[in-house]
Design a protein around this ligand. Structure first.
Ligand SMILES: CC(C)(COP(=O)(O)OP(=O)(O)OC[C@H]1O[C@@H](n2cnc3c(N)ncnc32)[C@H](O)[C@@H]1OP(=O)(O)O)[C@@H](O)C(=O)NCCC(=O)NCCS
Length: 234
């Protein structure tokens, strides 16, 4: 498959997409599957935060973001269930919050490493710049940690780098490449044998926070969404 030739369409998810999102989720999250009710609740609570990637009319990627209210300097570790209201968002999403939080990112195994996650992040930025958040946050898994757990503590592991200078863990590597930095370790974040149940809170500041009037930020958000992939090389 020629990665550059894949035509990916990104769009806001609707309630009609629930079966396709559910099917995709079942394909990827065998240990931690979502339910149709969860996806419906997310779309009803914050429709803009639910984005799908389509290839040839088939949904192959799904991103879900919410807006949360946090005091990051005093933040204690939390679990995925706590920060997402058990994946439903009903009580965790705050329209007037100060941080954007990524709670789900899923790409079909048949289309991984084609830049789809990186393209979905553009929608996250569009949402975040429009909502004028301080920073975008997400809880990363560390899916290769189980291979190193006997040799390294999770604190040591998340800083390990390959010879080429890139992070050893594939998921942390993806987020670092897209501009995120690790903020804190999240023990018992999700039930995930590969990550030994650890998550890592990742953060990327919003360079447009409180810059200019709202119409200007909305304009920037549209430019990022429309043309950002050219800058990211995907
Ligand atoms: C992690 C994931 C979303 C990446 O999606 P993608 O569209 O393949 O990502 P992109 O093509 O934009 O970027 C490729 C990078 O993603 C990372 N990546 C690829 N496959 C991965 C996998 N199975 N697990 C974790 N990270 C992976 C690597 O850093 C890769 O870069 P590399 O070439 O340096 O190795 C996708 O692999 C996936 O859905 N994995 C399973 C579910 C998951 O872990 N989701 C993250 C939510 S916490």
């Amino acid at each position: 498959m020629d990665k550059k030739r894949i035509k990916v369409i990104r769009r806001q998810a609707t309630l009609d997409d629930i079966d396709a999102i559910y099917k995709l989720d079942q394909e990827v999250w065998t240990e931690f599957p979502g339910t149709r009710e969860m996806f419906a609740s997310r779309i009803e609570t914050f429709p803009e935060g639910n984005v799908v990637a389509e290839v040839n009319g088939q949904i192959v990627g799904y991103l879900c973001m919410e807006i949360v209210k946090l005091e990051l300097d005093h933040q204690k570790p939390f679990t995925w269930t706590e920060i997402t209201d058990n994946g439903y968002l009903k009580n965790s999403h705050k329209a007037n919050g100060n941080y954007e939080y990524g709670l789900a990112l899923t790409v079909s195994p048949n289309y991984q490493n084609c830049g789809i996650a990186t393209r979905l992040f553009l929608s996250a930025w569009e949402i975040g710049v429009r909502a004028n958040i301080i920073a975008c946050l997400l809880g990363s898994r560390i899916p290769d940690y189980y291979k190193y757990k006997d040799k390294y503590s999770p604190e040591e592991y998340i800083n390990l780098r390959r010879e080429d200078g890139k992070l050893l863990d594939p998921e942390l590597r993806l987020y670092e490449r897209d501009g995120f930095k690790a903020v804190m370790l999240l023990p018992n974040y999700i039930q995930d044998p590969q990550s030994c149940d650890y998550g890592v809170l990742m953060k990327q500041g919003n360079p447009f926070y409180n810059r200019g009037p709202q119409f200007f930020r909305n304009f920037l958000a549209s430019i990022i969404s429309r043309w950002g992939h050219k800058f990211l090389g995907v």
